[in-house]
Design a protein around this ligand. Sequence first.
Ligand SMILES: Nc1ncnc2c1ncn2[C@@H]1O[C@H](COP(=O)(O)OP(=O)(O)OP(=O)(O)O)[C@@H](O)[C@H]1O
Length: 433
Amino acid sequence: MLFEILTTGSMLGVLGTSYYYKTNLNNDADKILKIAENCGLYKKDEKIRLYRRNFNKEKKFTEYAFKIPLGLELKDFQDKYGKFKDGLNNRSVRRIILKDFKNLKLDRTLPMQIQAILNNRVRQNKEIEMEYDGMLIMRVYDEGMPAEMHYDDELLKKVKGWEVPIGVTFKEFVIHDFEGLQMLVIAGMTRYGKTVFLKNAITTLINNQPENVKFTLIDLKGGLAFSRFMACKQVNTVAKNCPETLAALEAIHRELLARQEHFLANGWEDIGEAGWKERHFVVIDEGAEIAGFEDREERLRATHLIGEIARIGAGLGYRLIFATQYPTADVFPRQVKANTSAALCFKLKNSTQSLVVLDRAGAEDLPVGLKGRAIYQTDREQLVQTPFIKNSFIDIKIKPHINFRARSEGTSAPFKATKEEEGGSYITKFEKA
Ligand SMILES: Nc1ncnc2c1ncn2[C@@H]1O[C@H](COP(=O)(O)OP(=O)(O)OP(=O)(O)O)[C@@H](O)[C@H]1O
């Protein structure tokens, strides 16, 4: 009796699963075509056309290739990401779970139990990835990404050199390599994961490049988030207000110009050719505070100095991470925007902000309340779940790098350039690669 039930159950399960995929595939393709049409993604009477579809059983996604009318581009479809996502998830589906049959109780309620298994409905949680390679590629994943990813030792082993973990997509682990892309913009509404990501980046770099990394941390949210890094020997400065920020930026600027002169004198094109290992990271959180400095002169000067780091810093070994929750055009120094080709964008308030960061709408459609979900944009775009790093984990990792000699108030303030740095000759020593 039990054997019969299990066999019948398994058969029903297999049939149910194959029915689910068959109808699901047709429905999804039809839905995409319909949503595109309803969103005005067509030209005159020319609509998008399905060219092929492939189902990847292992990674549980279906890839659709669409021919799109001339005059439309990938961005037009990405702008409607939220509409496609909601449309594909607009109803629950019947899903038969095979292992439920194994848990059946052989009593009078058996028929009801079987009925419950057969009638099981689940809310859909599909995710979409879009790309263009001569055709519009839409990958529809049956399951969205994990809602959480933890930063642990295993994850730390996956990054080396100047790489920092960005997170996971539906199918792969993503890193940001600061040797390839030296500047990174981070944007997102409050409490969606900017600071956690910055702490992830700082901890990773201290751990993997303890002898070569230097930090200037500009924390205009009061200095609390970066305070645990203050005593690390890799941290030159934690600036917490306008005067400290200006002093820190002026010091970097002096160093930058001196370095430039030194490179010129030696005929080095960039830090790679110079063979210097040091990289100096300037991390700014919250960038919008700078645009709000009361004194106009100070505001303009700070903006100019950050712009200079973005404009000429990369080749000289400077790296910039600029984070803000108010990404409006006047908050980004022009040079930062012009010289940055990487952005990590958490949920934003509206499409105008998204346009400033990503040059397209869409970040406003990221899920409400899902912390750590972001769009990572370089020359391509990936939807990622960023790793969550616990403060206790950070403390373990940075402990070996803490300078136990108590810092005086002064040492947490910006460092002073030496006489030599201020003058013509530049004496900072760097290790040869
Ligand atoms: N990647 C993540 N995964 C899971 N939870 C996260 C993640 N990042 C952040 N969180 C949660 O969200 C909270 C807020 O994150 P965080 O401090 O980074 O926000 P924020 O964007 O910097 O906000 P604000 O702009 O207000 O400082 C964290 O305390 C944590 O609980």
